[in-house]
Write a protein that binds this ligand. Structure first.
Ligand code: RIB
Ligand code: CA
Length: 303
């Protein structure tokens, strides 16, 4: 039996592959998928989660969560993920339903488990606020977000944290074991033409993933000048699958909430300047080849 996990996400091209990796790798037991508005509206990211699960024959419960950040207006990333939030391939009508409960209630019901968060942290912060006792029932929160270096939505803020910095501050301050997988590592997970070719060779599901990656690559090239797009979210899933895939160090992490120019930055004290006890494990390295082997292997198993 694999490690019980729940994936809170905002599909999103990289979230879509994260769902497939979490469902297809035998090291994990995916108990459910919850959605949060960030890459696109809640309606669109939830429809996209249903589309991905339908395409892959994944029948876990899907619950919709927060339609907006705790305090701030929603800022979507349609420039990267497109109008639908999952532009590229044409998906058939989804058959996997959405359960009639809020994501926070589904998360609460599915614990104890590891929570993997690959979107804004709004749902996770609400869970910890609504059910403080769940801090003891969450094995670990492994999140894609932040960076030990530069940002991708402002010079120093990464998108998932920047969308809802107050939620991120609650998570990092919760006392729950947190692992932060930031841009400094996910930018090593580049979807090269070789990776696309490996996906295409897998069959129908692999071809759908390849089409997703082609679109994702086009927007990332246009927006950021990347020759190949970084597949952020599956790296957080890979950390749970096999911690040796993603090297981490202990550090104190704080989220900037008042910075005029640095709102949403993750202030990662790698050198202990502030003398504060570490509150997170922070990713600093990725075994790229073994990472792609796990991703391709999981999709092969599903499709
Ligand atoms: O900054 C990258 C993160 O923002 C990823 O989770 C991507 O899906 C977007 O949500
Ligand atoms: Ca995401």
């Amino acid at each position: 039996m694999g490690i019980p996990v729940v994936l809170d996400c905002d599909p999103g091209h990289d979230d879509a592959i994260a769902i497939l990796l979490a469902a297809g790798d035998p090291a994990l037991d995916l108990l459910g998928v919850t959605t949060v508005a960030a890459n696109q509206t809640l309606e669109k990211v939830t429809l996209n989660a249903r589309r991905v699960c339908t395409a892959a024959g994944i029948t876990v419960p899907i619950a919709a969560g927060s339609a907006k950040p705790l305090l701030r207006p929603l800022r979507i990333a349609d420039d990267i993920h497109g109008e639908s939030g999952l532009d590229g391939p044409v998906f058939g009508p989804p058959t996997v339903p959405v359960v009639d409960e809020h994501a926070v209630e589904l998360l609460h019901r599915l614990l104890p488990a590891t929570v993997i968060a690959t979107g804004a942290l709004t749902n996770v912060a609400l869970l910890l606020t609504r059910y403080p006792e769940d801090a003891e029932r969450i094995t670990e929160i492994v999140l894609m977000g932040g960076s030990t270096g530069r940002g991708n939505i402002t010079p120093y803020a990464e998108a998932n944290i920047h969308v809802d910095p107050e939620a991120a501050a609650i998570v990092f301050g919760s006392g729950v074991p947190v692992t932060m997988v930031g841009l400094n590592v996910t930018h090593q997970a580049l979807v090269t033409p070789d990776v696309v070719a490996r996906l295409e060779a897998l069959g129908p599901l692999g071809r759908t993933c390849a089409e997703l990656m082609v679109f994702f690559g086009e927007t990332y090239r246009a927006m950021f000048g990347f020759a190949a797009p970084p597949l952020h979210d599956p790296v957080a899933v890979a950390r749970v699958i096999d911690p040796t895939l993603v090297e981490c160090v202990d550090a104190h992490v704080q989220v900037e909430l008042t910075g005029t120019h640095t709102l949403g930055a993750t202030v990662v004290d790698l050198d202990g300047y502030r003398g504060l006890a570490p509150n997170a494990k922070v990713a600093v390295g990725l075994d790229v080849d073994r990472f792609w082997d796990r991703v391709v292997g999981a999709i092969a198993r599903l499709g």
